[in-house]
Design a protein around this ligand. Structure first.
Ligand code: BGC
Ligand code: CA
Length: 462
C-alpha cells in the first residue's frame, strides 16, 4: 500500500491581487476582479475560493460544497511569509475568530461560504510571495480536500503549501445604460458615462494613450475612446503593431487562462480597419473612427452575442492602445486600462471588469436617521466616492410619497431636517449626485420626533 502522506507534492502557485472587500459574507464587486481557484474533490466535498490582499491582510472568499452540516466541518487556511506559517481555522458553526482576523460564515444551498481577513505577517507589496493553502474538512465523512497539498499534510510538511504572488489591483468600474449612434461623434448620451484612461503600460513607458467611456444596453457594449497619438501610421504588416485600439470582452467574466467561446479581441485601427481574435468578427463589431487634431476617436459597439447582459451583471473588459511612435513599422508602446501583462489576447484572467448598472454612482450606504432636539431629525450617511452632493428625500409613510427636502445638493455626509411636527415618524432616503445625474436611492430609514415639551424649554444641542 502506498501511504499518500509520503508522496511528493507539486505545490501550486497563484496570484493574489490588491483589493479590499468588506468582510461581511456579501460578495462585493471587488471579488469579481479575480479568478476562482479550486480544491480537489473528495466525494461531495470541494471548495472554490478567491484571494485578495492589501498592505496588511490576505482576504479569502471560499464557497464550500458540503451538503450536511456537522459540528466538525471547517476550513483551515495556511498563510505565511518568510517561513513563518500560521493556520487559521474557521468552523462552520462560527466559533469566534482568533485575534486580528475577522470573518463571516453564511449557509448557502448545498454548503457554506466563508469570507475572512487574515493579517499578513509583513506588509505585502506587489511581487512579494506568501505561502498559502486552503483545506476543507467534512466532519461527517471525515474527509479533507486541499488546494495545494493534496496529502492534507500542511501542518507537518510546509513544502506542500502553495505560493501566492501579490499583484496590483485589477480595476472594476461601473458602466451605465445608454445607446449611442456609432458614427465617431460624441452623442449627448456619452455624458452619462464616466471617463477612464489607459495608465498602465504593457509595453514601453510612454506613447499613445486613450480616454474612454463605456455604455451598455440589452444588445451591445459601447465604447468611445479618444486616442492621443500625434503621428498616425499603419506601416506594419502586423495589425497589432499599427496605431490602433483593442477592446477585450469576456462576456461571462470567466477569468480563464485561455479564451473561452465568449471571449473576443476587437481591434480597430485609426483608418477604421478592423481585425479580430477569439469571438470577434465583422458580424459582432460595428465601429467608426474620426481623425482629430493630435489623434483619433474610435466609437464601437460589440454585440452581447454569447451571454445576455443582466442589470448589475459583471463582464470582463479591457482597452488597449497600440502605438508605432515613429512610423517605422514596429510597435513602441502598449497602454492598457487594467491588464498590464500584455496577454489579454489569449488570457482573460487579468482583464478589468465592468458592472452593468442603470446609474454609475453607487447609492449612499450606512444611512441612519436620529431625532435630535425638538422638531429636528439628523440624517447621516457614508461618503460616496466621486459624488459632488446628495439629495435627501422625506415621507411620512415608509412607502412614500417621498419629496426632496434640500434645495441645493447637500455637501458633506449629513443633513438636518428642521421644523418637523412633534411626535411624528419621518422616513428618509438619500441619493448621491454627480455631473451625470443621480444614483439609485439608499435604503429607507426612519426616526420619530420628540413629543412637545411645552413653551419656554431650552433646547440643548449636542
Ligand atoms: C498583443 C500582441 C499579440 C496580438 C495578437 C495584441 O493584443 O498586444 O502582442 O501578438 O494581440 O493579435
Ligand atoms: Ca469567458
Amino acid at each position: 500500500m502506498i501511504d499518500p502522506s509520503k508522496l511528493p507534492v507539486t505545490a501550486k502557485t497563484a496570484e493574489a491581487a490588491y483589493g479590499q472587500p468588506a468582510v461581511d459574507g456579501n460578495e462585493d464587486l471587488v471579488w469579481s476582479t479575480v479568478p476562482a481557484l479550486q480544491t480537489e474533490t473528495k466525494g461531495g466535498l470541494k471548495a472554490a475560493f478567491k484571494t485578495l490582499r492589501d498592505e496588511g491582510h490576505l482576504y479569502v472568499w471560499a464557497k464550500v460544497d458540503d451538503a450536511a452540516i456537522s459540528a466538525q466541518d471547517k476550513i483551515d487556511i495556511f498563510a505565511g511569509v518568510g517561513g513563518v506559517n500560521t493556520r487559521i481555522t474557521a468552523t462552520r458553526n462560527g466559533e469566534p475568530a482568533p485575534d486580528g482576523t475577522s470573518r463571516a460564515i453564511v449557509e448557502v444551498e448545498g454548503g457554506y461560504v466563508l469570507e475572512a481577513a487574515i493579517p499578513l505577517p509583513a506588509p505585502g507589496s506587489a511581487g512579494a510571495q506568501t505561502a498559502f493553502d486552503l483545506r476543507v474538512t467534512d466532519g461527517d465523512a471525515n474527509t479533507t480536500a486541499s488546494w495545494s497539498d493534496m496529502r492534507g499534510n500542511q501542518e507537518a510538511d510546509p513544502s506542500g503549501l502553495g505560493t501566492l504572488t501579490l499583484n496590483e489591483a485589477t480595476y472594476a468600474a461601473r458602466s451605465v445604460f445608454g445607446t449611442p449612434v456609432i458614427d465617431g461623434e460624441r452623442d449627448r448620451v456619452w455624458a452619462k458615462a464616466r471617463e477612464r484612461s489607459t495608465e498602465r503600460w504593457a509595453e514601453g513607458a510612454d506613447g499613445a494613450t486613450a480616454k474612454f467611456r463605456t455604455l451598455w444596453d440589452h444588445n451591445r457594449l459601447y465604447v468611445y475612446a479618444e486616442v492621443a497619438d500625434p503621428l498616425l501610421t499603419d506601416a506594419s504588416a502586423n495589425a497589432w503593431e499599427e496605431d490602433s485600439v483593442e477592446i477585450f470582452l469576456d462576456q461571462n467574466n470567466g477569468k480563464t487562462g485561455f479564451y473561452q467561446g465568449d471571449d473576443g479581441q476587437y481591434r480597430i485601427n485609426f483608418n477604421n480597419v478592423q481585425s479580430y481574435g477569439g469571438r470577434a468578427s465583422a458580424q459582432n463589431l460595428t465601429s467608426a473612427v474620426k481623425i482629430v487634431d493630435g489623434g483619433y476617436i474610435v466609437e464601437a459597439a460589440i454585440a452581447f452575442d454569447a451571454v445576455p447582459p443582466a442589470e448589475n451583471g459583471v463582464i470582463g473588459f479591457d482597452l488597449q492602445v497600440n502605438d508605432d511612435r515613429d512610423g517605422n513599422g514596429s510597435r513602441d508602446s502598449v497602454a492598457m486600462w487594467s491588464d498590464p501583462t500584455g496577454q489579454s489576447y489569449t488570457d482573460t484572467s487579468r482583464l478589468g471588469v465592468l458592472q452593468l448598472m442603470l446609474s454609475d454612482l453607487p447609492a449612499p450606504r450606512n444611512v441612519s436617521a436620529k431625532a435630535l432636539y425638538h422638531q429636528n431629525i439628523r440624517v447621516n450617511w457614508s461618503d460616496v466616492e466621486d459624488a459632488y452632493g446628495y439629495d435627501v428625500y422625506r415621507a411620512t409613510g415608509r412607502s412614500g410619497p417621498f419629496e426632496r427636502v434640500n434645495k441645493k445638493p447637500v455637501r458633506g455626509s449629513h443633513y438636518v431636517d428642521h421644523k418637523l411636527k412633534d411626535d411624528t415618524t419621518y422616513y428618509y432616503k438619500v441619493t448621491a449626485i454627480d455631473k451625470n445625474g443621480e444614483s439609485a436611492a439608499s435604503e429607507t430609514v426612519s426616526s420619530t420626533t420628540e413629543k412637545s415639551k411645552g413653551k419656554g424649554k431650552k433646547n440643548k444641542e449636542d
